[in-house]
Ligand binder design. Structure first.
Ligand code: N2P
Length: 357
């Protein structure tokens, strides 16, 4: 009798396991549940230990892919080959994606940790009421430089970069808006200027910078600067913070003529297959301790107010990376300039890049 009972129990267990297994398989394919999640983020933009922690806590398997420009990300999402559940575009691209009907409205009820975000970063013009996006990191564009490699020279202006003594010294970030923007700013024009004559002038001015440009690079800028192989880099603030953590000689400045203030937010593309898991992931990243760990690792500026208490004081109090609202007022946020103008920026940038070689 006892034996019969154990056979019966074993049988029940096996069929339960089988049932569960089959069910789990379905989940994995995405139509019966949310057991996988595909995340699309900028390169070097997350502490990968946190992905493992999320997988462990939720049983959701994360497929993680990276991009290095908003434009590349948009193309990939529009092609639709891979479907992404979470992506992290910048503000002007979010505006563009909303207009193109590419984003899913977020369910704030599934994002209780949204309360941790500083109000200063909520409800911004590119996404009123954060209907489609929630803050991930923010920052500026500026100049990282190593005075030791420049004979003690200090930089504080875009126009400093045109100094003939800086031959082959400068790395530029591989971004159309950033580079054309720097040309525009150096001439006193807005980063959102769409006047073709102004844009042409900016491009001509950039051509004159060519002898000073050592390379146009992505995340490699960090190693080159850390190892003293380059003296100057035009880059995003968090990359500067990261570099400065490795090489104490380097400083970061937001040029006095003005510069860009940017926001990278998490979104769920309309084509997402795992919408619930996407909300779980976003809410996880908004957790104060998770955000603090992520920020310490990535070195970008966190919009998560509750996270700041868990971070080293010298990080949070560094005005170069946590500029006050008074300071950021003089900076410009990129606007979505529309398809035609963005294409024109891209063309000019391409011409500049080709002309260099
Ligand atoms: C991280 C890139 C940060 C993106 N490597 C700035 N929008």
């Amino acid at each position: 009798m006892k034996k019969l009972l154990s056979i019966l129990v074993a049988g029940l267990l096996v069929s339960a396991a089988l049932l569960y297994g089959v069910h789990w398989l379905n989940n994995d394919q995405g139509y019966a549940g949310d057991k996988t999640l595909t995340v699309y983020n900028w390169g070097d933009y997350i502490d990968t230990d946190l992905i493992k922690q999320f997988e462990k806590e939720t049983g959701i398997k994360v497929v993680y892919e990276t991009f290095d420009s908003n434009e590349a990300m948009l193309t990939k999402i529009q092609q639709g080959g891979t479907t992404y559940d979470v992506a992290v575009p910048s503000e002007y691209m979010i505006d563009k994606m909303i207009q193109a009907n590419l984003l899913l409205p977020l369910d704030h009820a599934q994002l209780p940790n949204l309360k941790n975000i500083d109000q200063r970063f909520m409800d911004l013009p590119f996404d009123p009421k954060n209907k489609y996006s929630v803050p991930y990191f923010w920052g500026t564009v500026g100049i990282a430089y190593n005075p030791k490699l420049l004979g003690g020279k200090k930089l504080d202006s875009w126009n400093d970069l045109w100094d003939p003594s800086l031959k082959q010294k400068i790395l530029l970030i591989d971004g159309a808006r950033e580079v054309i923007g720097m040309g525009l700013n150096s001439l006193g024009y807005s980063l959102n200027d769409t006047n073709k004559a102004h844009l042409q002038k900016a491009k001509e001015k950039l051509s004159e910078l060519t002898p000073n440009v050592k390379a146009i690079v992505g995340d490699e800028n960090k190693l080159l600067m850390q190892n003293n192989e380059a003296a100057i880099a035009v880059l995003w603030s968090g990359d500067a913070a990261d570099i400065m953590g490795e090489n104490e000689d380097i400083d970061y400045v937001v040029p006095k003529e003005g510069s860009n203030l940017w926001f990278d937010n998490m979104v769920i593309p309309k084509t997402a297959k795992h919408v619930k898991a996407a909300h779980q992931f976003i809410n996880f990243m908004l957790d104060a301790k998770v955000a603090a760990q992520n920020t310490e690792y990535v070195a970008y500026s966190s919009p998560n107010k509750a996270a700041l208490q868990y971070m080293p004081k010298e990080m949070v109090e560094d005005k170069r990376f946590y500029p006050s609202p008074g300071l950021t007022k003089r900076l410009e946020v990129y606007k979505n300039l529309g398809q035609k103008n963005l294409a024109y920026y891209n063309d000019l940038f391409l011409e500049f890049k080709m002309h260099r070689k």
